[in-house]
Design a protein around this ligand. Sequence first.
Ligand code: ADP
Ligand code: MG
Length: 706
Amino acid sequence: MRSAAAAADALQTPVQYLKGVGPRRAGDLAAVGVQTVEDLLLTLPRRYEDRAILQSIRDLRPGEATTIGGTVLSCGLRTTRRPGFRIFEMLVQDATGRVRVAFLNQAFLKGVFAARQQVLLHGRVDRRPTGGLQITNPDHEIVSDEEDDAWGEPIHTGRIVPVYEKIGSLTPKSLRRVVHDALQRLPAEVDDPLPDGVRRSLGAPPRRQALADAHFPPTGTSIEALDRFGTPAQQRLIFEEFFFFQVGLLLRRRESDTRVKPRRLVVDDRIRQAARDLLPFRLTRHQRQALREIVEDLQRPRPMNRLLQGDVGSGKTIVALLAALVAMENGLQVAFMAPTEMLAEQHYASISRVLSRSRFAAALLTGTLPARTRREAGSRIANGASQLVVGTHALVQGDVRFRALGLAIIDEQHRFGVVQRAILRDKGLDPDVLVMTATPIPRTLALTAYGDLDVSEIRERLPGRQPVKTVIRSEARRTETYDLVRTELRAGKQAFVVYPLVEESEKLDLRAATEMAAELQARVFPDARVGLVHGRMATAERERTMAAFAAARIDVLVATTVIEVGIDVPNATVMVIEQAERFGLAQLHQLRGRVGRGAARSCCVLMHAARLSDAAEARLRALAGTTDGFEIAERDLELRGPGDFFGTRQSGVPLFRVGDLLRDHRLMEEARRAAAAWIDGPEAIGPRLDAVRSAWTRRFGLAGVA
Ligand code: ADP
Ligand code: MG
């Protein structure tokens, strides 16, 4: 048996030592990150073609692709009337008949083919201008030079063949040959970086076999399985990539996270009873699961870093509050941070209501408080009289001193509390951190891009809540939309009419929204009270108007997207979104979340210009198709791609070579579980860990992940 070192060397051989790879091709390969044989073999085909079944020449039909095998009877170069245009022709025979084969402008084939050769051909069957059939420009393979020789292993035909993406000067066909050569040169066994235990429990084929089968699948492999990268060989290579990625993340986390909480939290029967007393309803299954995960974190020695994802109104806040109760029962304080002052006030009001059933008190700390009130609140926080503090994100940035901060809850939109966590750490505070977001990101991405966050999800709707009915409607049918709004208003309900407002056309947008409000009031809903809020209004005025809407003193609220965050008005049952095609998918979903917050049936109308781009139509359809924010996040990602999804390439979403985050997200989760189990197990000894660490650094780079 060869030593593992020699085998590893074979994979690390630079590609230019392969047959057919000169300096130019090596350069083309290097440009896409392919330097070694291993790099090359981990560049999997884009798709596969089944050329395994040889068709009888007698059965050929024009217009179809075919694979045949036979003997060359004669061949030669034919000139045509077009100057310089020559055709290389062959006559090929099998047991059932003969067919002509034409290669246009490939005179060099004169030196390649000869009579009596055994050949395999794959190509399209055409009708000849002069009658009869011909195969034009087929992929070809000379299997043997003599009729009775045994057939060697074919590469391009007579089997399932890989189809590669062109790389510079390397055509799919030349890549096929180069990869085949690389595989031929590999020793019978290559070092398998995947730990034995992991590989066994996965039932995955050995690496050597996986590499071979992923490029040249054994006859009989399902093309459908191959094309969705679902064969054991492909899955193993994807898993391998994900596994090392996850091990790397865990190692990094372990190294940076040697911090220990000053105090360990406990949960006993008394605390459990206090939690029950706080709850006016039964938690849903997902809420209970999320709470369990959070409370387990609280009891661990290391600070929690958890993301709680769930749609608006899915019941995240109450889960967070129960976690807060556990912290407070343990003598610790809780900071609750909201993205805006208005939201902080809303949270403060509802949290105070819930906490009135406990022995704890909440304080509100915002920038708009009078200086004296603020000072007083500050001293109650410092001496521990206030156990829970609600404020904006500025809460952690200011000079607030806690007596014993144990838990920070961050209600966030997009940034996952990265900034706040850093600030807390810089201040020498190491509380448990729970980040809540109503803009879910697909779990796979959460696990990768934000690998240092654990993720809990609430995916069920609360009991009694109905999904918001969503309709897509062209502007031409405005009257019908107004009729619908009118019906709801007559039933005592309220409506939102939302206008897009983008920076480039802000003035125009503002005018449109303002005119719309006037128009709706004067002509469309003369009996209703119409209000207007937009981002350019003074905060006080905006909040006054919002408060009036919340108190049902305004029936129709015309708004630019400033209502995206915040407002909670269960009596609002219609959301009309004007020029919906100008919004992003996640934004539309957030807007729609403003209705459907009560028990009544709600509706969202997506108004759009008569002419829609395909992309815009896809977005609107995706939104109308589901109310599940998680599904929408996945669709959003599909429509935009990971780079775009996070807005920038520095978002830390790694680019994988074999795996695909969307297609293979289940494998990513499996890899994460396997990595977590392995890293704490007996196999994860020093040298192995070092090897994994260096492989990971080489592949993804330490700076890659936020
Ligand atoms: P989120 O924070 O996810 O937006 P909230 O926690 O604010 O959602 O919950 C929305 C509303 O539903 C609140 O009024 C809350 O009291 C209520 N609620 C939460 N969980 C439940 C439940 N299990 N059963 C009934 N009502 C619930
Ligand atoms: Mg909420």
